[in-house]
Design a protein around this ligand. Sequence first.
Ligand code: EPS
Length: 397
Amino acid sequence: MIRYFTAGESHGPALSAIVEGIPAGVGITQEDINAQLARRQLGYGRGGRMKIETDKAEVLSGLRFGKTIGSPISLMIRNRDWENWTRTMAQFEKPSGEIPKISIPRPGHADLAGRLKYGFDDIRPVIERSSARETAARVAAGALSRTFLRALGIEIGSYISSIGPAGGKVPPSRLQELLEAGGESLAREADRSQARMLSEADETEAMAAINAVKEKGDTLGGVIEVFITGVPLGFGSYVQHDRRLDAALASAIMSIQAIKGVEIGPAFENSRMPGSQVHDEFLLVAGKGLARKTNRSGGLEGSMSSGQVIHLRAAMKPISSLLSPLNSFDFETMQPTLSRFERSDTCAVPAAGVVAESAVAPVIANAILEKLGGDHLDEILERLAVHREKIRNTFPA
Ligand code: EPS
């Protein structure tokens, strides 16, 4: 089973990740990891920090001759901005001279609870680790599972369906067409847009909305759609809460900074409709076997993959570092004051789509490993082929 941890402060020397459980024999190139890191750095509405960083992962263990060897893979992404923070973020002795303390919490951020919970007299350490900079390490870690899944014919992609008030103009037929070509093809198409949107009209509106809030020192959130193609039927389980695939996927997405809502398929819309219009009826089609006309379950029935495309939707709140201040207070004086500004993005929804793709990759990989086991890619490929064949043969062609 795949487990991973990340470490690193936003302005410390580096971010790192240790990923254990990727089977042996998976071919991984530097590009497999770095291309995902580069995708995460893009998107209209990013702030000044992205001009400083060019994220690249150094692989410190777990690969030999371009293939995984089954041992833990450790990754490191250096923070280029570190050189500007060696005093503020010094690991050992406090440097002489003044290091300004942060004493005004930003509403919506981890600042308030983090400072009190960990007993700091400065909010800086909270800002450093709660920062979404951490997602660079998650994307690097997720790229390993993603590459393993690609070898199994399973692909992950995402696009942004709305940013603030803009969105919702993608014709379902266009999405269907892209999904038939696989999740990665959908992701590539979204990557052509600065907002990672699939409709030009949506993109234009979204960029105008970002410009408008930026001028006012404000921020915008949005909705991310994640798709996983090629997952055969029967992964995950209904028998125990912690083996439910829908729950594990939702948890992975909810764990991303600023994500406050997760939906599987059109779940909220389904809740307003009668069951007869919600459930994806079974059709036995000559020459094709089992088919469905719809996928309103989002590819998950009984917490198991249904063999259809898995679809998750996530709501990202607007970033809580605003240039225009909100009401706050100062821990030093205990007097009301306005919140202070930390350099930030106006909108990071496009990047969060790439992070969401990376977050679900190990969850799907684990569902495969839970059912099939196996320590080497070849062993898993053989077992997966047997499983796919068994499902195919169940239904008359
Ligand atoms: C972030 C604040 C900004 C963002 C950062 C997330 O960083 P800084 O404080 O250095 O300006 O740029 O995102 C990243 C650095 C990144 O790589 O995504 C925050 O407070 O969450």
